[in-house]
Each structure stands twice: as structure tokens, then as C-alpha cells.
Design a protein around this ligand. Structure first.
Ligand SMILES: Cc1ncc(COP(=O)(O)O)c(C=O)c1O
Length: 403
């Protein structure tokens, strides 16, 4: 570890390592408080958070309106289960449905659960509406996808770390290259019920597909009676400078899959949103979750939707994103090989001759910037959308300095 002025951190990191499964490889930073775009560790060192909980913290840490909504709800009602209706439920579902321009919403908790929900709904829609023979439904996904960690979802992952030792795998998925419309067209047949895609592949390194790809996928799905399911768990809710990444090309999917920022960085909230002809296929007992759509989650997420409806965060992401991409672009050829992304979201490829992504993140942390590597020498930058322009400039200066 490069940081050497930290006193309590090494012991706290060792303690965490001692008591947990090693399914993560965190940077040696032990955070104890946060506000807006900044976090503070147990040694009192401050860091600009340029990961923002993988976009779960789009509105920053402890946004006052979200914290107020959570506090108010904590003092009234936290959990009923869906065995009963509670007074926050309809409001949340109505507001989110209206943000998405869809008839219905089905709330869950984690992103992976929402993806599982979309898979089940698409399959049932295939059997009941499209008329696919029973147990024959296929869903087409993209190489390099990341949709979560359940056994079904890792069944169609192309990342060996995510998939290798977790078989036997769930059948019914076809994998095609991301961004390749011809390959997708080739893969569609009468058993295809859905195409499930991230409009920008986050985990893969913020991969933006070629222009025209998403509208092409939309047209292909419409022509073949196939549902387009957009996993906007990481790309949605303001991150790219629009409410949804699909909006950049005017694409409206049949189903939105949402999570992360929907919970305001306070509670896990995920959901799928679709029209009646799609989500209407579910009947009582076929799907659910004890905590899905709980009062606390609904109260916070309703406030999240309210923040998004102002358009302020989308505008901020677009404006600051232009600034970020211009500054990062100037580093290409000076330690960076490439920069990709939209809005306040960037995947940057560091010249592997200089250092790995992990080393770069450690050096950035030593300078007070938190970011996370993915796949070799690629780093994702996704600061909270409340970050100030000067803070963003400062973060890029730190990057330039380590390069
Ligand atoms: C696009 C996408 N889908 C699904 C997930 C899974 O979400 P969760 O970790 O909440 O299960 C993620 C998480 O990174 C994601 O980026």
C-alpha cells in the first residue's frame, strides 16, 4: 500500500480480511463517514468518491432530501411485506412508471433480482403472449455483459471469474458479440422472447456501442415480436446525462431494469417497468420478495424519482461530463490509451506499460481520489452527479500526476 500516513487503517483492513469471504479485493481504505461527493476514512483522510457505489450514489452521499425522506419513514413504518398494501407503495409505483413512460412497475431489492424478474417475465410473456412452445424460450444477451451474480445470470456471463466454477448452468440463453447487429439478427429465431442488453456496458469498461446499434436492436425486436429489455441498472437514472442511456438514441425498450441509484444510496431498491401487455402476465404467487417494495424503500425511491423529474441531475451530468471527457481526452497519448463514456461516466484505458488499473487506483487513493479498476488497466470514473467542476478538475489533475 502506498498510503503511509494512515494509522488505524491497516489493522481495520486486516480485521475485515480475517472475518469475510474474499469475494472482493477492496482498496485498503476504511470509510467511516461521507457527505456529497466526499468520504472520510477512519484516519480522518478525505477522498473524492469517483466510483459513487458503482452509480448507486448518483445523488451523492446522504443527499438531504433523501435522508429526510428516510428519517420520516423510519419514524412511521418500515416493513409490511406485500401481504398487505402500505401507503407509500402506490405513489412510488406511479411515479416510477411515469418516469419510465410505462404502465406498471414491479419493485425488488437488488439489481440481480430485477434482472431475474425480467428474465421470468420475458419467458412467461413468450409462452402466454407470443406462443413459444413450453420450455423452449431463448433470450439473447451480449458478450461482455454484466447483469449480476445469481446462478442463472452467471450462466450467460462471458467472464470466466464470474462463471467458471458455478455450473451446471441455466439453459435458454444465446450470447452474441456486443454492438454487432448482423450477429444479433442471425441469432433471432421463433423461440426468441427477449434481447437483454446494457445500453452501455459498465463493468466491461464503459463500452458505448456503435451509433445506430441500439435503434437497430429496437427495430429488429419490433419486427420479430421480441422484447427489448434494457438493463439500465448502472447506466440509468441520470448517469449518462439523460434519464436513461437509451434516451441518447431515442430508443424505448419494452422493459427497463433499474436498481442502484433508485435506492438513493440508502436502501437497496430495484424494479422492472413495462406495459400491461408484458408485466401483466404475472399472477399472484409467481414472483415476489419479502423486502421488495417495502415502505422505507418506496419512500426513498419516490424522492429519487422526484429529484430526477427536475432534470437537474441529468443536465449536470451532461455538462460536467463534457468537461470530464475533454480533460480526459487531453491525456490520451500521455499515459492513457483511450477514453470512452457518456455524461459523468468514463472508462479510461491506462497504458499497461505504465501500471495496472489496480496500481493506478492505489496511487489515486494515496492522492485522495477513489476509483475502481476493471479488467486489466481499465478504470471507471463515475463521480456523484453533485460533484463540483473544480473538484472534477482536481481529480483529473491527480490522474495526470500519477500517469
Ligand atoms: C448493468 C448491471 N446489471 C446488474 C447489476 C447487478 O446489480 P446488484 O449488484 O445490485 O445485484 C449490476 C451491478 O453492477 C450492473 O452494473
Amino acid at each position: 500500500m502506498i498510503v503511509d500516513d494512515l494509522v488505524r487503517t491497516p489493522a481495520a483492513v486486516a480485521e475485515a480480511e480475517r472475518w469475510t469471504a474474499h469475494n472482493y479485493h477492496p482498496l485498503p481504505v476504511v470509510i467511516s463517514s461521507a457527505e456529497g461527493a466526499w468520504v472520510t476514512d477512519i484516519d480522518g483522510k478525505r477522498y473524492l468518491d469517483c466510483l459513487a457505489g458503482y452509480s448507486a450514489l448518483n445523488f451523492g452521499h446522504r443527499h438531504p432530501a433523501l435522508i429526510a425522506a428516510a428519517h420520516a419513514q423510519l419514524d412511521r413504518l418500515t416493513l409490511t411485506s406485500r401481504a398487505f398494501v402500505h401507503d407509500q407503495f402506490a405513489t412510488f409505483c406511479r411515479e416510477l412508471a411515469s418516469l419510465c413512460g410505462k404502465d406498471l412497475v414491479l419493485p425488488m431489492n437488488t439489481g440481480a433480482e430485477a434482472v431475474e424478474t425480467a428474465v421470468k417475465v420475458a419467458r412467461k410473456w413468450g409462452y402466454k403472449v407470443k406462443g413459444v412452445p413450453h420450455d423452449k424460450a431463448t433470450i439473447i444477451v451480449a458478450e461482455g455483459n454484466f447483469h449480476g451474480r445469481t446462478t442463472t445470470i452467471v450462466s450467460f456471463s462471458t467472464d470466466p471469474d464470474a462463471r467458471a466454477d458455478f455450473g451446471p448452468y441455466t439453459p435458454g440463453f444465446k450470447v452474441v458479440p456486443y454492438g454487432d447487429l448482423a450477429a444479433l439478427a442471425e441469432a433471432v429465431d421463433e423461440t426468441t422472447v427477449a434481447v437483454l442488453l446494457e445500453p452501455i456496458q459498465g463493468e466491461q469498461g464503459v463500452i458505448v456501442p456503435p451509433e445506430g446499434y441500439l435503434p437497430g436492436v429496437r427495430a429488429l425486436c419490433s419486427a420479430n415480436d421480441v422484447l427489448l429489455v434494457a438493463d439500465e441498472i448502472q447506466s440509468g437514472l441520470g448517469r449518462t446525462g439523460q434519464t436513461f442511456a437509451c434516451d441518447h438514441e431515442g430508443v424505448v425498450p419494452d422493459m427497463y431494469v433499474l436498481g442502484k441509484a433508485l435506492g438513493g444510496g440508502i436502501v437497496p431498491v430495484s424494479a422492472v417497468a413495462a406495459d400491461q401487455d408484458v408485466l401483466g402476465v404475472l399472477r399472484p404467487g409467481e414472483h415476489g420478495s419479502t423486502f421488495g417494495g417495502n415502505p422505507l424503500a418506496c419512500a426513498v425511491a419516490t424522492e429519487v424519482v422526484g429529484l430526477l423529474k427536475t432534470g437537474d441531475f441529468q443536465r449536470r451530468s451532461a455538462e460536467l461530463g463534457a468537461r470530464l471527457h475533454a480533460e480526459l481526452g487531453a491525456l490520451v497519448g500521455h499515459g492513457l490509451l483511450a477514453v470512452r463514456g457518456r455524461g459523468l461516466w468514463a472508462g479510461i484505458d491506462i497504458d499497461p506499460a505504465l501500471m495496472t488499473g489496480r496500481e493506478a487506483c492505489e496511487r489515486l487513493a494515496a492522492r485522495g481520489v477513489l476509483a475502481k479498476d476493471t479488467h486489466g488497466s481499465t478504470i471507471r470514473l463515475a463521480p456523484p452527479l453533485v460533484v463540483e467542476p473544480a473538484e472534477l478538475d482536481w481529480a483529473v489533475e491527480q490522474l495526470a500526476a500519477i500517469l
